[in-house]
Write a protein that binds this ligand. Structure first.
Ligand code: ADP
Length: 735
C-alpha cells in the first residue's frame, strides 16, 4: 500500500516542475517580447527622427547653395560690367561657406561658334588671363566658363571647356535662363571628372543661376554655375546628420522622368528600417532613401529584454527546481509517515496482543502477582492476588501495606516489618524467596499463610520497580505441622524404648565381662556392641528429625549472640574427644567474630552443622582444615564464612544440597542423613538471612551465611573470643 502510494505521488514533483518551468519561461518570453516591441517602437521613432534630420540637412544644404548662387548672380548682375576681380570678390563668401561636395563656381557665358574669338578676347580683357575657349565641335552654340573659383576641388577645372558637351548642363542652363531662377541639372559626370578612372567618377549636378543686368528686361550676362559631386555631397551631409548610423541613397528624377541613383552612403550593420522622402531641389525632385540597423540606433535597443530573459529564465529554473524538491520531498515525507504509521499500528496491535496475553495469563494464574513502580505505587495486581489478599482495593506506599492488607510475621502477631517485605527489598535491588507472611484482614479474618518471592523489576520493563509472586501455603503448612507433631510424638515414643534397649545392652555387656572368656561370649559381646551402635545411630537420627522440626516451627527467641564464644564452644565439643595419634588431627582457624542478632540455640545448630561437615567431608587419612571467619557486610549484616579443604561439592549438586535428604556423596562412606543443611537454611532464613555454598579458592568448600548484625553497642564486636585455636597441632594454626 505504501509502495503504490509512493508511485502515485511520484509524478507530482516532475509535473509541477514542468508546469512551473513552462509558465515561468512563457511569462519571461512574453515580458521580454513586450520589451522588444517597445524597443522596436523606439527604434522606429529614432529612425524617423534621424531621417527627418538627414532630409532636412539635404534640403537645407541644397537650398543654401542655391541661395548663395542666386546672391552671387545678383551681385554680378548689379555691376556695370563683370570683371575677373569683380567675380573673385563676389564669389569670395562661397570659399568660406563650407559647401560640401561643391567642385567650384564659374561664370558661364553663351557664345556662337562665330563669336568664340571675340568672347575670348573680351574676357581676357576683363581679367581672365590666358583664357582659351575650346568650342565643342558639331554644335554652333557653346557655353564657356570664363571666370572660375575652385571650391574643394581635387580635380581642377578645365578653363574654357565647352559646357555644351554636357546635355544635362546645357539643359539646366537653358532652363535657368528660361525661368530666370536657379536651375538644377540632371545627374551626370562632370566634364573635369571624365578623365578620371571610372571607379572614381561620380554622378554630379550643376546648379545654374542666370545673371541679368539690373532693371526690368536687363541684358542676360550669363550663368553663375556651381558644380556639385553627388557622392561627396551626400557623404558630407548624411555623415553629419546620421553620425554613421544611417545608410542613404540619393536619387534624382531626370528630365525623362527616370529615377537615377546618384550616390549611396554606407553605414554599419544590417538594414531593417527604411525611410524614403522626396523633396524639391530647385526645379528638380530628389529622393533620399535612408536605411538603418534598428539594433544600432541609440535608445532603440536596451539590455532590458535580455536581462529579463536571463533573469526570468534563471528564476524560473530555480523555482521549478525548488518546486520539484518540495513536491518530491513532500511525497517522500508522506511515504515515510505512511510507513511509520503502518509500523506504529503494527507495533500497537502487537502491544495490544501482548497486553491481552499478559492479562489473560495474569487472570489465569493461581499465584498472586503484584508489581509496583519505584514510588511503591501498584502497577498491577492480578485477580489471584486480590483474592489472596482478601481485598480489591490497592493502597500505594509500602508504609501503608502492613495495616491495609494486615500483614504479620509467621508468629501471627508481629506486624510484618516494612523493610523485610519482599517488594521493598526488590526496590532495593534484592531478591528474596519463600518469605512467609500471614495475611489477616476483614476479607481474610481467619488469616492465611503466604509464601512470597520478590524480585527487582527486570530492566526490559522500561522502568524501575519490583515484582512479587505469592501463593497460599496455609494448607501445606497445616499438613507439615501435623506431620511434625506426628514426628515429634513418634520420635518421643521411639526414644523411650531406644533408651531401654541401650540400657539393657550396656547391662548385658557389663555382665558378659564377668563371664569366663569363650567364643560364644566374644560373639555375644560383638552383637551387643552392634546393637548399641545401631541404637546410637537411631537416636541421632531421631535427634536430627526433632531438630528439623524444631528449626522450622519452634518460636525464635532473639537475642545478641556473640559468634566468637559460640564457635569456640562448638570447636571444643567437636574436637575434645579426638585422641592424638589415632584420630585425625584437624587444623581449625577461627578469626575475629562479631555478634549477631538471633536465637542462640538455633545458631549454634547452624555453626555446629557447618563445622561438623567441614571436619567430616575430607579424604580418608587426610587431616581436616577449617577456617572460620566473619566480615561486616552491607545493610547491617554479617558475612559468616566456614571454609574447608575437603573433598568439595560437584557443581551440579551445589544448588540441591540445601534440600531435605539430598546427599552429594551418598554411598561413599560418609555417614549422614541429608537433613543438616536443610535445617541450616531454614534457621538462617527464619533469621532473615541467607546461606550459600561455593568452591573454596584454595580447594574444598566454602559456606557463607549472612545474618543480621547485633546493634553496635550490644556486644563486644570483633573480639576473637576464640582466638586461633591451637588445636591440635600448632603448625596448622595461622598467625
Ligand atoms: P549430611 O547429613 O549428609 O551431611 P547435610 O545436609 O549436612 O547432610 O549435607 C548435604 C550434603 O552436602 C552432604 O551429604 C554432602 O554430600 C554435602 N556436603 C555438605 N557439607 C560439605 C562439605 N563441607 N564438603 C563436602 N560436601 C559437603
Amino acid at each position: 500500500m505504501g509502495r503504490s502510494a509512493d508511485r502515485g505521488g511520484g509524478w507530482l514533483g516532475p509535473v509541477l516542475a514542468v508546469v512551473v518551468l513552462a509558465t515561468g519561461l512563457g511569462a519571461t518570453w512574453y515580458g521580454a517580447a513586450g520589451l522588444r516591441a517597445d524597443d522596436a517602437t523606439n527604434a522606429r521613432r529614432v529612425m524617423d527622427q534621424r531621417t527627418a534630420v538627414a532630409r532636412a540637412s539635404v534640403i537645407a544644404e541644397t537650398g543654401r547653395y542655391l541661395d548663395l548662387l542666386q546672391t552671387v548672380a545678383a551681385g554680378l548682375g548689379a555691376g556695370p560690367d563683370i570683371s575677373a576681380s569683380g567675380f573673385q570678390a563676389a564669389t569670395a563668401p562661397l570659399a568660406t561657406s563650407r559647401l560640401t561636395g561643391a567642385t567650384g563656381v564659374a561664370l558661364v557665358v553663351p557664345a556662337d561658334t562665330a563669336e568664340v574669338a571675340a568672347v575670348e578676347a573680351a574676357w581676357r580683357a576683363r581679367g581672365a588671363a590666358g583664357l582659351r575657349l575650346s568650342p565643342r565641335p558639331g554644335t554652333t552654340r557653346h557655353l564657356f566658363p570664363v571666370l572660375s573659383r575652385p571650391l574643394n576641388a581635387t580635380v581642377p577645372a578645365t578653363p574654357g571647356a565647352d559646357l555644351a558637351a554636357s546635355v544635362e548642363a546645357s539643359a539646366a542652363l537653358a532652363e535657368g535662363r528660361r525661368t530666370g531662377a536657379p536651375a538644377v541639372s540632371d545627374a551626370y559626370v562632370l566634364l573635369r571628372d571624365r578623365a578620371l578612372p571610372p571607379s572614381r567618377q561620380q554622378l554630379s549636378f550643376v546648379f545654374a543661376a542666370p545673371v541679368y543686368a539690373p532693371g526690368d528686361g536687363g541684358a542676360f550676362r550669363g550663368w553663375v554655375v556651381l558644380g556639385l559631386r553627388g557622392q561627396d555631397f551626400l557623404g558630407g551631409v548624411l555623415g553629419d546628420a546620421s553620425q554613421g548610423l544611417l545608410a542613404g541613397t540619393l536619387r534624382a528624377t531626370d528630365s525623362a522622368g527616370r529615377a537615377v541613383t546618384v550616390a549611396a552612403y554606407q553605414a554599419l550593420g544590417r538594414r531593417d528600417l527604411r525611410r524614403q522622402a522626396t523633396f524639391p531641389v530647385g526645379d528638380q525632385h530628389w529622393t533620399l532613401v535612408t536605411e538603418a540597423d534598428s539594433a544600432r540606433l541609440p535608445g532603440a535597443r536596451t539590455l532590458l529584454p535580455l536581462t529579463v530573459e536571463v533573469g526570468g529564465a534563471a528564476a524560473t529554473v530555480l523555482l521549478a527546481g525548488l518546486m520539484y524538491v518540495l513536491a518530491t520531498g513532500r511525497a517522500r515525507a508522506q511515504a515515510r509517515v505512511r510507513t511509520a504509521t503502518a509500523e506504529l499500528r503494527q507495533a500497537e496491535a502487537e502491544a495490544r496482543r501482548q497486553a491481552g496475553l499478559l492479562s489473560a495469563i495474569m487472570a489465569s494464574l493461581g499465584d498472586g502477582v503484584g508489581v509496583i513502580d519505584e514510588q511503591g505505587r501498584y502497577l498491577l495486581h492480578n485477580p489471584a492476588a486480590r483474592a489472596l489478599l482478601g481485598t480489591d482495593a490497592d493502597v500505594d506506599g509500602p508504609d501503608n501495606w502492613q495495616r491495609h492488607y494486615g500483614l504479620f510475621l509467621p508468629d501471627g502477631t508481629t506486624p510484618f516489618p516494612e523493610e523485610r517485605m519482599p517488594l521493598v527489598r526488590g526496590l532495593r535491588g534484592e531478591s528474596s524467596d519463600g518469605v512467609e507472611m500471614i495475611v489477616r484482614n476483614a476479607g481474610r479474618p481467619e488469616g492465611i499463610l503466604l509464601s512470597v518471592d520478590g524480585r527487582p523489576l527486570d530492566a526490559s520493563a522500561g522502568q524501575r520497580g519490583a515484582v512479587a509472586v505469592f501463593r497460599d501455603i496455609t494448607a501445606l503448612r497445616r499438613y507439615e505441622n501435623d506431620l511434625a507433631v506426628f514426628a515429634g510424638v513418634v520420635a518421643h515414643d521411639l526414644k523411650a524404648p531406644l533408651s531401654v534397649v541401650r540400657a539393657h545392652c550396656e547391662l548385658a555387656i557389663d555382665q558378659l565381662a564377668e563371664a569366663p572368656p569363650s567364643d560364644d561370649v566374644t560373639q555375644a559381646h560383638t552383637a551387643l556392641r552392634r546393637i548399641l551402635g545401631a541404637a546410637d545411630r537411631m537416636a541421632a537420627l531421631i535427634d536430627t528429625l526433632l531438630a528439623y522440626t524444631t528449626a522450622r516451627d519452634a518460636p525464635l527467641s532473639l537475642t545478641v549472640v556473640p559468634l566468637g564464644p559460640l564457635v569456640a564452644d562448638v570447636v571444643r565439643e567437636r574436637t575434645e574427644h579426638l585422641r592424638r595419634g589415632t584420630d585425625p588431627s584437624p587444623a581449625i582457624y577461627v578469626g575475629a567474630l562479631p555478634a549477631v542478632t538471633g536465637d542462640p540455640a538455633m545458631l549454634r545448630h547452624v555453626v555446629d552443622n557447618l563445622i561438623g561437615n567441614a571436619l567430616k567431608y575430607v579424604r580418608p587419612g587426610q587431616d581436616p582444615r577449617v577456617d572460620v571467619t566473619a566480615l561486616p557486610a552491607e545493610g547491617d549484616r554479617v558475612r559468616f564464612t566456614v571454609a574447608d579443604r575437603g573433598i568439595g561439592i560437584p557443581d551440579d549438586d551445589k544448588p540441591r544440597i540445601f534440600e531435605t535428604f539430598h546427599r552429594a556423596h551418598a554411598g561413599k562412606g560418609y555417614a549422614g542423613t541429608g537433613l543438616g543443611l536443610a535445617i541450616c537454611r531454614r534457621i538462617v532464613e527464619r533469621h532473615g538471612g541467607t546461606v550459600t555454598v561455593e568452591d573454596n579458592p584454595g580447594g574444598g568448600t566454602r559456606f557463607v551465611v549472612s545474618l543480621p548484625a547485633a546493634a553496635a553497642d550490644a556486644a563486644g564486636d570483633g573480639e576473637p573470643a576464640a582466638a586461633p585455636l591451637p588445636l591440635p597441632a600448632p603448625e596448622h594454626a595461622r598467625a
